[in-house]
Design a protein around this ligand. Structure first.
Ligand code: NAP
Ligand code: MG
Length: 491
């Protein structure tokens, strides 16, 4: 059941092109659908961390100076190796994260796409020649890779959230040390195996397992790590910003509390379908999950009834046994407890439960971290479900009377990651999408992030971008070379 692929990574780190047995403390990794152990990791020791950073540093000059075509070819090989083994990698992910195998396979294939996307970007890195005030000088603006990157990633998308950093960094000519979440270390090690198979030079990519407060923090503090690329909670992001003891480039992709507005002019069936998908996919454990929905009063009742039926129709199952289930187990007890807390808080303050609200029934759900997709209506902003990130399968719905009220409620949050709008009216689209204070606004669709366009938050949702060209630019320093050019002699 644990899968052949997973077992080879037990207790290992990936440093300087080799899988090495860790010497630090052992930590068990569980299958969240059963709470059975699937293997152990070792918390990287200070000496192991230093070795990985040294390996990345040693590999940097040759990788940075290699022709862009060589880096592009390596990323294409990596994408091919990953896609070719998507089934086995998906099983590893489901065993440690809980999402159904088909969805996990989809994520692995998107990781492969990211490799190809950044392979194509790698050969299109160019600079600028900028005219000066006098004709005898000109400014060349060139891009140079930052150096050694420490990537710290969460457990909800164990492959993609590594991939965007890995591919952007490698395309730019940086080297990287990846610290995956303790809950999902084996997907990261499976990616490392593909790095090796793709023939990426030793030391360019390294993976260290262990906890955030030790291994992650050590990368943040390490004098020889030039940049931290972090995805995770706003509280840990802020802690990293506060405790980083030296000037270091930081990109922080943090939490969200994403609103959806459904106006009276929306295609209601499409809005309900979109709401069910983006509230409950991956059990709502998505930074851009819909947390709260504001619906125009004339269509409110119909929307609530429709969303409740859509939620009730979703299948919940052990993602290994039922690869095509809509949702699997939640990744751990922590997000499940938070979901139950937010639900209880909403019901105590007068919300109406219209779907879910309990663990699914059956012996097969008794031990794992399962919960039914849950909808609460008649919510308001005294409730946690509307004002905090739940990161679970719970969504709150609330009526509104004017577009400005919907916008005000949507922006009434410290976060600014993604927002959603359903309306078929072009003036409403223009007005609302400009007023929403978010890095991403998805209109009449719920895919706020696509590979080709920048993805990032504002306010407490972070700094920096992933995806698109912008996702690679995060791994460059600009250099200005100002050249004075005298007229050639003898003219
Ligand atoms: P988290 O607790 O912040 O952890 C994220 C990563 O940081 C993990 O690898 C964690 O390690 C590590 N970490 C913890 N403390 C650290 C420290 N002191 N120094 C350095 N690293 C440290 O977040 P999570 O609970 O895993 O993930 C859920 C959060 O991620 C949600 O808030 C979600 O919105 C956010 N998220 C954001 C995006 C985005 O693109 N904006 C995407 C996905 C998720 P360990 O867990 O191993 O201890
Ligand atoms: Mg955490």
């Amino acid at each position: 059941m644990t899968g052949e692929m997973l077992s080879q990574f037990v207790g290992k780190h990936f440093v300087a092109g080799e899988f090495v047995s860790g010497e630090g403390e052992l930590v068990a990794v569980e299958n969240p659908a059963t709470t059975d152990p699937i293997g152990e990791i070792r918390i990287a020791t200070p000496a192991e961390i230093d070795r990985a950073v040294s390996a990345a540093r040693a590999a940097f000059p040759a990788w940075a100076d290699a022709p862009a075509k060589k880096r592009a070819d390596a990323l294409h090989r990596l994408g091919n190796a990953i896609a070719a083994d998507a089934d086995a990698m998906a099983t590893v992910m489901t065993l440690e994260q809980g999402k159904p195998v088909n969805e996990a396979r989809g994520e692995i294939l998107k990781l492969a796409e990211a490799c190809h996307f950044y392979a194509e970007e790698a050969v299109r890195v160019h600079g600028e020649i900028v005219p000066n005030d006098t004709t005898d000088s000109e400014s060349h603006v060139v891009r140079e890779p930052i150096g050694v990157v420490g990537a710290i990633t969460p457990w909800n998308y164990p492959a993609e959230l590594i991939g965007w950093k890995l591919c952007g960094a490698l395309a730019a000519g940086c080297t990287i040390i990846i610290k995956p979440a303790e809950l999902t270390p084996f997907t990261a090690l499976a990616i490392a195996a593909k790095v090796k198979e793709a023939g990426i030079p030793d030391g360019v990519v390294n993976v260290l397992t262990g906890s955030g407060s030790t291994v992650g923090q050590a990368l943040v503090e390490h004098p020889d790590v030039d940049k931290i690329a972090f995805t995770g909670s706003s509280s840990v992001g802020l802690h990293i910003q506060r405790t980083c003891p030296r000037i270091k480039r930081l990109s922080l992709e943090l939490g969200g509390n994403c609103p959806m507005i459904v106006t009276a002019k929306a295609d209601l069936a499409a809005a309900i379908k979109g709401a069910a998908r983006r509230s409950f996919r991956n059990n709502g454990q998505i930074c851009i999950a819909i947390n709260r929905i504001y619906v125009a009063r004339p269509v409110y009742d119909e929307f609530v009834t429709g969303l409740a039926s859509a939620a009730d129709a979703l299948t919940v199952a052990n993602g290994i046994d039922k690869p095509d289930a809509d949702v699997g187990a939640m990744a751990s007890a922590e997000p499940l407890d938070k979901t139950i807390d937010h639900l209880k808080d909403a019901l105590e303050k007068g919300a109406r439960l219209v779907a879910g609200g309990a663990r699914p029934e059956g012996e097969q759900f008794a031990r794992g971290h399962f919960f039914r997709p849950t909808v609460v209506a008649e919510c308001d902003h005294t409730m946690k479900v509307m004002t905090e990130e739940t990161f679970g399968p719970l969504v709150g719905v609330m009526p509104f009377d004017s577009l400005d009220e919907a916008v005000r409620l949507s922006n009434d949050t410290p976060y600014g990651l993604a927002s959603y709008l359903y309306t078929t009216d072009a003036s409403e689209i223009r007005y609302v999408s400009r007023k929403l204070d978010y890095g991403n606004v998805a209109v009449n669709n719920v895919d706020a992030g696509v590979m080709n366009a920048p993805y990032g938050g504002r306010k407490q949702s972070g700094v920096g971008y992933e995806h698109g060209r912008e996702g690679m630019l995060e791994y460059f320093n600009f250099k200005h070379i100002r050249i004075r050019l005298d007229q050639p002699e003898g003219l």
